[in-house]
Structure formats: structure tokens, C-alpha cells
Design a binder for this molecule. Sequence first.
Ligand code: GCO
Ligand code: MG
Length: 416
Amino acid sequence: MATITRAEVNVTSPGRNFVTLRLTDADGTTGLGDATLNGRELAVASYLADHLIPLLEGREADNIEDTWQYLYRGAYWRRGPVTMAAIAAVDVALWDIKAKRAKVPLYQLLGGQSRIGALAYGHASGREIPQILDSVREHLELGYKAIRIQSGIPGLGSVYGVAASAAGGGERYDYEPARRGIAGGERLAPVEEAWDTRAYLRHIPTVFEAVRAEFGPDLPLLHDGHHRMTPREAASLGKALEPYDLFWLEDCTPAEDQAALRYVRSQTTTPIAIGEIFNTVYDYQTLITERLIDYIRSAVTHTGGITHLNKIADFAAIYGIKTGFHGPTDISPVGQAAALHLDIALHNFGIQEYMKHSAATLEVFDTGYTFTDGLLHPGDRMGLGVELNDDLAAKHPYDPAYLPVNRLLDGTMHDW
Ligand code: GCO
Ligand code: MG
């Protein structure tokens, strides 16, 4: 047993912005938690520094569940991405400390090893079908055994999920960074993209037809609809994709509308994944109890940490629903490692999203996890297995940036 004696928030931008909490206990053991909320980073940094850190010093580091409940119930203002990312950072840092004190990799405290490694999916993309096929090939060469496919749409400019540059296969560091609206540091504003759902619905089945024709029926393929369809549109896409046997169709309708998936579910057997923007188990309540989804997509970082996501996963398990935790590069290596320890331990693990972080990010965050033959391995370091180098982090000051926004062709704001 040891009390928390120190808590510091680090904001760094090695290629993109990350917010990290470091807790230290009376014995000098340190733990890290990821608090990165892409495009809204400083809100979480302030929530931690101004509202949670004053409550942490002097608390018992071992009492993780009590600290979680204290911060969640104690706020009165429950849920929401800022609150839950801040609580997640505290929670993960405490798990890191506990595992380091026990001198075991964190997954040992979560039930031990349920599998030899976590199946990871990478992101293939391209503006045109030949580029998509090349991108799939590059991912296969890198060892990926499951691949997400995102495509440009005829008549539209830049589209969500399509890498800006052609180089790099599974190491497309430039994929979907939060971007400056106007180059040269003038007024900062989100890039505006244009969207046409009918063109999208016409085009996407032809992309999957081409990928299946080239790579055969076996390779697990995924696709992300990024909340852009109505239930009827999503049902029609799900049906059109049935011949291509997707591993999942993600975020087909706006995620806050749980009831929307009733119609989609009744119309198609394409597996459904949702939840990257969820914060608590209550966002999943209808979806899980009515068996409207197949995979939960939450990130440890945005869902109150390991303590809460572990409970969501157990709740899902009772209904035969599996995990597919969020893991784009806007989750820091600390958040990615936290997901991976859960992946290794949970019985109802399904798949883990994985995009390698940039070399600059991996210099600042020293990671113990590895990717071999399509599987992620947490490694045998104690705790999470990630350390933050403060000196290197200080070389990359915070760089404000927004995610893009999306408009229909007539200018109406739409979901990005
Ligand atoms: C995914 C997600 C991300 C989000 C990103 C926003 O499936 O990985 O959709 O790419 O767009 O996390 O910051
Ligand atoms: Mg997504």
C-alpha cells in the first residue's frame, strides 16, 4: 500500500497531440494514463490539472475501484468524453502502478493470458480501386491478417479514412491527422470536406467486389461508415455488402441513436460494430441487451479506463458480443498498450485496431508491445510496458489542430 504523492499532466505533439497523466506513489512507483481527446486535448488536460489532481494526492494508489467511483459519482456531472477521458487516465495510471508493484505485466492482474496474441486489423485505403489493391498488398506484406478498406468516392475530394499520401502501407503516419485549416499558422479552422451518401452507397460495393476478386474469400475485411447513414441507407449498404462477407461494418448510423440499429439489424446479416465515441456502459445498454451489435468499439482512453471497459466487455460477453477496441494513432501508445492488456486477458476478445505510431511518437513513448504475423503482443515488461521520455516530449510543444468537418454538396453540415 502506498499513497499517491505526485500527479503531472504532459501535453506533447510528436507528429500529433497527446495528453498523458503520470502518477507517482510514495515508494516512487510511477504509472501512466492516456488522456488524449483528438481536437479537444486541452479540455482534458485542464480537467485533470484543475479538478482531479487536487483530489488525488494522498489517496491510496491501490484502491482503484474506489477512486474510480469517487471521481465518477463525485463529479455529479456524469459521463461525457472530457470527464471520462480524464477518469480513464487516472484509472490506467493506477493499474500501471499496481502491476509494477506486483512486478507483473498488467494483463496478469486482469485474468492472465487467454491467447498468444491479439489479432490486429490495419487500415488499407486509396482514392481509386488500383491504389486500394496496392494498399491491401502492402498490409499483407507487413503481416496483417485482417484489413479495413476505405475508399475515395467518384466526384468527391478528400474522404474520411483515405490516407493523404500513397506511401507507407501499414505505416501511413499521415492518416487522418487533425489538420490546420489554413497553412502558415493563420486562422485555425477545420478542413471542410464534401459528402454525397448516394454516390458512396453506389461505389462501396464495387470496391469490396474488386478486393474479394483479387484476394479471395478468406481475408477478414472491415469497413467504417463514420456515422453518415440513415438506418435505411445503412441497411441497404449492409445488404449490398453481404456477398463480400465483412468482418464488420462500423458506425453505420450516428452512434448516439441506439434505436437506429434495430432497423439495420432486422434487414442485414452483415456484422455491426459501434462505440468509438461512447463513454460509458449506458451508451451500449440497448445495443447489448437487444443484441443489436456484434462488436464493442470503445477505447480504454475514452471509456473511463480499464476498470469501466472491463465491465462493459463482461456485460457484452453475456450476450455473445465481442470486443474490437478503438486503436487509431490518436490513441497514444499508453492507451494502445492498455487496450492490448485487456485484449490478451478477455475471453470475448474479437479484434484490435492497430496503426503503427510515427517514429517521432515512438521516440517520445518507449513501448514494450510488438506486432508480429498479424498479432499484437504486450511484451513482458512490468505494468503497461510504456514509458514517457519527458525531455524528448518537451521538444514537441502542443500544436493546436482540428479534425475535419463534413458538408453535403448543398452545404448542409453532416456528420464527419
Ligand atoms: C477509427 C476511427 C478514427 C476516428 C478518429 C477521430 O475507426 O479508427 O473512426 O479514425 O476518426 O479516432 O479522432
Ligand atoms: Mg471508426
